[in-house]
Ligand binder design. Structure first.
Ligand SMILES: Nc1ncnc2c1ncn2[C@@H]1O[C@H](COP(=O)(O)OP(=O)(O)OP(=O)(O)O)[C@@H](O)[C@H]1O
Ligand SMILES: N[C@@H](CCO)C(=O)O
Length: 294
């Protein structure tokens, strides 16, 4: 079988741990029965021998596969990784969702996307990357009694993403330790009101509201201080017409949503200012993971 899983950008500013969307940048995994287990990795992580020894995709796959079949059959896993690690593009969520969906497929057990998402939340405490990786589009999610409740909005093809991808990794787990344990009421209201308006703006396609609704006071500043150029990335993106420009997940990437006709202009302005960073234009993804060949 072959599965492809999209990258995702989470938080989108004030939507910490609850808002995210899927991007047309994919990891692909081919899995086939074999007389012995083997792993090959192409793309991101190709030189990382550790990924051949203890690979989280493989361990999650077998967790689920054994739970479903009671067996530990051998498979060959061929990874084609396009999602950079620890750049705030949901690489770990793509692994979790891909492993679970693949295990159900190889076990021959049908599973709804909702049930795959509810398995994935057991491996990732926040739903803002795994939900769009499962459903595609823009997602607004909560976790209630261990179950994820998500609403999803298809994203217009009139929109594109301009992503600045620094060469500097930022581990999500590590960067979460930088955040305060509590917030003032005014800061909490600042974020929850904007996250609500941002969600409404995505659902109603009132894109002119995205800029003001995507401001954050709870996590971005502390994280962006680790890579100060990111403040200027946002300034240049917005000055050149971006609808919104936010830290992608826990960073280090910086996400800008643009009208398709503005994508080149924003990307060129960012490339001219930050020659040392990778700058890419991506389409949005509305499908979530796809089993492209059973
Ligand atoms: N394709 C992959 N195969 C195996 N392990 C992976 C793969 N992609 C990511 N990982 C693991 O996930 C880790 C990155 O997870 P982390 O949460 O720090 O970053 P991220 O998911 O890329 O970014 P964010 O969570 O901010 O969107 C990597 O260091 C690696 O251990
Ligand atoms: N909400 C998570 C997203 C990680 O991609 C965080 O900011 O830590």
């Amino acid at each position: 079988m072959k599965i492809k899983i999209p990258a995702t950008s989470a938080n989108l500013g004030p939507g910490f741990d609850c808002l995210g969307l899927a991007i047309a940048l994919y990891n692909e995994v081919c899995i086939k029965p074999s007389s012995y287990q083997s792993i090959s990795v192409k793309g991101e992580g190709e030189e990382n021998v550790k990924l051949k020894k203890n690979n989280i995709f493989v361990s999650i796959f077998y967790d689920i596969y054994q739970e479903l079949t009671g067996r530990k059959d051998s498979f060959r896993f061929e990874f084609y990784n396009n999602i950079p690690f620890s750049r705030g593009l949901g690489s770990s969520s793509a692994v979790i969702v891909g492993a679970i969906a693949s295990a159900y497929e190889m076990a021959g057990v049908k599973a709804s996307r909702e049930s795959i998402l509810n398995k994935a939340i057991l491996y990732e405490t926040h739903p803002d990357n795994i939900a769009p990786a499962v459903y595609g589009g823009f997602t607004s999610s909560i976790v209630e009694h261990g179950k994820v409740k998500t609403l999803r909005k298809e994203l217009s093809e009139k929109l594109k993403v301009v992503m600045v991808i620094p060469d500097r990794p930022m581990s999500t787990a590590q960067s979460r330790t930088l955040l305060p344990k509590s917030y003032l009421m005014k800061n909490t209201v600042y974020n929850l009101s904007r996250a609500s308006l941002l969600t409404a703006a995505f659902f109603s396609e009132n894109w002119e509201f995205l800029k003001v609704a995507s401001r954050d006071c709870m996590h971005e500043h502390r994280r962006m201080k680790q890579l100060k150029e990111l403040f200027e990335v946002r300034e240049i993106a917005l000055k050149n017409g971006a609808l919104m420009s936010t830290l992608s997940g826990s960073g280090s990437s910086f996400f800008s949503l643009v009208r398709a006709e503005d994508a080149q202009k924003v990307a060129i302005a960012l490339k001219n200012a930050f020659g040392m960073f990778r700058v890419e234009i991506f389409e949005l993804d509305n499908n979530g993971f796809e089993i492209v060949k059973s």
